[in-house]
Design a protein around this ligand. Structure first.
Ligand SMILES: [Zn+2]
Ligand SMILES: [Zn+2]
Length: 173
């Protein structure tokens, strides 16, 4: 019986060659590999792929770190949704920076990212809103999501959020 490298709990699994086996849970594995910056991005240090996303091997299967984080901290990912970053840092796994988007959101993100491919967490710790985010925010308001929830998800100050909602800013969309 080995102990978890992150929380020191006894691991139910035999430690083996696969690195995920040194941890008691995918959560411990993810957090061990992550450099936390309070309030900012949690950068996952393992295998940052060519496309900028970071991946972990869980029981021999490659999983994307930000999707894993979403599942651990927030819950299931509906099959028609993608996990998107509002901070624009692809290997960031801070659950507060992740939101469920659709294809169009992601395509828009991709377009924006192509302009500057080399980005660091430091540059991107502020919330960065796109047209699609604004549309999502307003749609979610209509669907009855609470202001507190939306402020948290989109990392907005309440005053900023109300101005978006009341079309005092971003009035053109
Ligand atoms: Zn553990
Ligand atoms: Zn982030």
């Amino acid at each position: 019986m080995a102990s978890c490298k992150f929380c020191s709990e006894n691991c139910p699994k035999e430690s083996g060659k696969r690195s995920s086996k040194f941890f008691c849970s995918p959560k411990c594995y993810l957090l061990f590999r992550t450099k936390k910056q309070e309030e900012n991005c949690w950068l996952c240090k393992t295998a940052v792929r060519k496309d900028g996303y970071s991946s972990l091997k869980i029981d021999g299967k490659e999983v994307l770190a930000h999707r894993l984080s979403y599942q651990i901290f927030k819950g299931l990912i509906p099959s028609d949704k993608l996990v998107c970053h509002k901070c624009d840092v692809r290997n960031c796994v801070n659950p507060d920076h992740l939101y469920l988007g659709n294809d169009s959101t992601n395509a828009l993100d991709r377009q924006r990212r192509n302009k500057s491919t080399c980005q660091t967490g430091e540059k991107n710790h502020r919330s960065f809103l796109t047209n699609q985010h604004i549309l999502d925010i307003r749609k979610m308001c209509e669907k009855g999501f609470s202001s507190e929830y939306l402020c948290k998800v989109f990392n907005l100050k309440y005053s900023h959020f109300t101005r978006i909602k009341n079309r005092q800013i971003w009035a053109h969309i």
